[in-house]
Design a protein around this ligand. Structure first.
Ligand SMILES: NC(=O)c1ccc[n+]([C@@H]2O[C@H](COP(=O)([O-])OP(=O)(O)OC[C@H]3O[C@@H](n4cnc5c(N)ncnc54)[C@H](O)[C@@H]3O)[C@@H](O)[C@H]2O)c1
Length: 249
């Protein structure tokens, strides 16, 4: 099969954690995956490529800061030139810079808003040009339970994720007539590098709030994303699917 006959999925932040699980959930021989990451080295990205290849799916990753508008436009131009189409975009890249408001540094506010929210604008605007021409697209934005509930010590992160939800609903309305669906998945407390660094007391406090009694796995989130990108979800747009073990209802 020629490269451009495959469906094409772009996943941001695909080297590790939830992004890698999304790639592996989507992975199949008829799908070309292109992902980016911002790790200091390519070790985790290479492992994502290897695991996708085990599923006979070709994945390619590159280091790219998704908060950089120009770099993102260039990245999507390259993907579209090379593969001729972009069917799926998952805006997954994200960071935390936690701290109480009184001590939060301006740089920590700006970094979290740039990587978590502006990136969704950067990538979605770039991809929407191609998807509108195709009259087809599936966009899934990774929000967070914190965007709906708020969380002390995460004002920047919660604001960015609430922003992602508002962005999702607005773009869903704008792109619906072109057969492009735009949804969000809001994970709860998921075991990844992002949460591994939390103090034990904070982890225990999260677990105590989860009716299903366990932290989430990256696959739990990935399966919701996979569903939203499938034909079975073609009549779903502008929605937020919460994957949080009942932590927020
Ligand atoms: N882990 C959780 O409990 C949890 C809960 C709710 C939401 N989320 C969200 O899920 C998404 C993935 O989180 P995770 O837990 O897998 O995190 P992670 O730290 O394990 O992985 C983050 C990924 O994003 C990439 N990234 C970071 N900054 C980037 C940048 N500037 N440009 C491009 N890529 C960048 C990293 O390289 C990595 O691939 C994030 O949006 C996060 O906010 C996570």
């Amino acid at each position: 099969m020629a490269e451009n006959e495959k469906r094409v999925a772009v996943v941001t932040g695909g080297s590790r954690g939830i992004g890698r699980a999304i790639i592996l959930a989507l992975a199949e021989p008829d799908l070309q995956v292109v992902f980016n990451h911002y790790d200091p080295d390519d070790v985790a990205a290479a492992e994502t490529v290897r695991l996708a290849a085990e599923r006979r799916c070709q994945a390619e990753g590159e280091k790219l800061d998704v908060s950089n508008y120009e770099a993102v436009q260039e990245f999507f131009r390259k993907v579209a030139d090379r593969f001729g189409r972009i069917d799926i975009l998952v805006n997954n890249a994200g960071i935390t810079r936690d701290g109480f408001l009184s001590r939060m540094k301006e740089a920590d506010w700006d970094a979290v808003l740039a990587v978590n929210l502006k990136s969704a604008f950067n990538c979605t605007q770039a991809v929407s040009r191609f998807m509108m021409k195709q009259r087809y697209g599936r966009i899934v934005n990774i929000a967070s339970v914190v965007g709906a509930m708020g969380n002390a010590g995460q004002a920047n992160y919660a604001a960015s994720k609430a922003g992602v939800i508002g962005f999702t609903k607005s773009i869903a309305r704008e792109l619906a007539s072109r057969n492009i669906t735009v949804n969000a998945v809001a994970p709860g407390f998921i075991e990844t590098d992002m949460t591994a660094v939390l103090p034990e007391k904070v982890k225990e406090a999260f677990l105590a709030q989860i009716p299903l009694g366990r932290a989430g796995r990256t696959e739990d989130v990935a399966q919701a994303v996979k569903f939203l990108t499938s034909e079975a979800a073609s009549y779903i747009t502008g929605q937020v699917i919460h994957v949080n073990g009942g932590m927020y209802m």
